[in-house]
Design a protein around this ligand. Structure first.
Ligand code: DOR
Ligand code: ZN
Ligand code: ZN
Length: 412
């Protein structure tokens, strides 16, 4: 296959994807896709092969580009763990075309200057990167960077920044939207573990998450901004969200791993019992989206207790495998990994395959079987808690804005 991605955006190139089954309006249709200037311009059978590049997707499914609404691509002073460039390659390899980056970078993305720096790092990355700005008693900075971020992130899992601070932050957003210092309504994502309860009962106690989510749901309307709960890990959490105005996400590690299933299983929120994990699956219809919480640490750091796992390159294969096993439908997968993330985070022209939409597409082979191996990763960290897991169903091609960033399994 001719591959022309050279790290520079060349938006005049044309691409056609032929002979695949294309997900359109809730079903798969045999169609070709014509792409010009980064947009989908044609959707019909038998398009001529007259463009710069043609992908033959025979026997494969073409779904909207996967949106991972929760990743940590580090960079800056933690470039040894991951950079925007390596993290974007990991995303491309995982069939993901857009990632939303969380602000716990070093230095943290809580100031205008750091956000400006991170924004510049985006230009060398091969997938779409959106930034979240951190909220922690930095109100004057938020007023400066508000226009440059996709949303805001609040961590309420420390004693010094817990319930009261969340309350104050929500008031701040409401007041400053009303007085027009913040011009746009944007989603506020919350890491919902209660810092005070963690201190009292320990993080492992489910009550820390359950009570935090209850508290957030009680306050949610107060900010006037939509509030999203990150990485819920308890079935009780999912039930609370469902009864509220909140939206929420679940990670693959909370769906596939129980406490103790992996030697270095530390993650926040913690892995739960098998019983709770299976109940999360039963509650999947109460959860809006699936996100990886990609947290690249070195293995040495993991051995010393660092929390989190790399997840960009295993998320979609694990979920496609679950489709093959009948645990969810492909339709529900697309809803949770494409359509709903685009809606919740206001990503215009993304999440669907329609004329005029961005040409962000993921081509999947539902029949191909592979073993998940850290050695094959494109991210900086070459390990995974899913090492050796056999999965059926993988992304083979990732197209971002009409550019092939992974072709036939190879990241360009
Ligand atoms: O386990 C986690 N790791 N949870 C988080 O909330 C942050 C993440 C990280 O950045 O490493
Ligand atoms: Zn978190
Ligand atoms: Zn996170």
């Amino acid at each position: 296959m001719k591959i022309w991605w050279d790290g520079n955006i060349n938006i005049n190139m044309e691409l056609k994807i032929k002979n695949g089954k294309v997900y359109q309006k809730n079903r798969f249709v045999a169609a070709d896709i014509g792409i010009e200037k980064g947009r989908i311009t044609k959707l019909k059978k038998n398009l001529p092969r007259d463009s710069d590049e043609v992908i033959n997707a025979k026997g494969k499914y073409i779904i909207p580009g996967i949106i991972d609404a929760h990743v940590h691509l580090r960079d800056l002073e933690q470039s040894y763990k991951e950079t925007f460039v390596t993290g974007a390659k990991a995303a491309a390899h995982g069939g993901i075309s857009t990632v939303l980056c969380m602000p716990n970078t070093l230095p943290p993305a809580t100031t205008f200057n750091v956000i400006k720096k991170l924004n510049e790092r985006k230009k060398d990355a091969c997938v779409n990167i959106e930034l979240f700005g951190g909220v922690e008693n930095n109100f004057s900075e938020i007023l400066r960077f508000g226009d440059f971020v996709r949303g805001y992130k609040i961590y309420m899992d420390t004693k010094s920044f817990s319930r009261n601070s969340l309350n104050e932050s929500f008031n701040f957003f409401r007041e400053n939207y009303e007085n027009k210092k913040l011009k746009l309504v944007k989603p506020i994502a919350v890491h919902a573990e209660d810092g005070e309860l963690i201190e009292k009962f320990g993080r492992e106690n489910k009550i820390c998450e359950i009570e935090a989510i209850k508290f957030v749901s009680g306050l949610a309307g107060k900010s006037g901004f939509p509030v999203h709960v990150c990485h819920i890990s308890t079935p009780e959490g999912a039930e609370t969200v469902k009864k509220s105005d909140l939206t929420c996400e679940v990670t693959p590690h909370h769906l596939f791993l129980s406490k103790g299933d992996y030697e270095y299983d530390n993650v926040n929120p913690p892995l739960r019992t098998k019983h709770d994990r299976l109940k999360l699956w039963e509650n999947l219809n109460k959860i809006d989206i699936i996100a990886s919480d990609h947290a690249p640490h070195t293995l040495e750091e993991k051995e010393q207790g660092a929390s989190g796992f790399p997840g960009l390159e295993t998320m979609l294969p694990l979920m496609l495998d679950s489709v093959n096993k009948g645990r969810l439908t492909i339709r529900r997968l697309i809803e949770m990994m494409c359509e709903r993330p685009a809606e919740i985070f206001n990503l215009k022209n993304k999440g669907k395959i329609e004329i005029g939409f961005d040409a962000d597409l993921t081509i999947v082979d539902m029949k191909r079987q592979v073993k998940l191996l850290g050695d094959n990763f494109c991210g900086k960290q070459k390990w995974t808690p899913f090492e050796g897991w056999k999965v059926k169903g993988i992304p083979t091609d990732t197209v971002v804005g009409g550019k092939v960033v992974m072709g036939d399994g190879e990241v360009v």
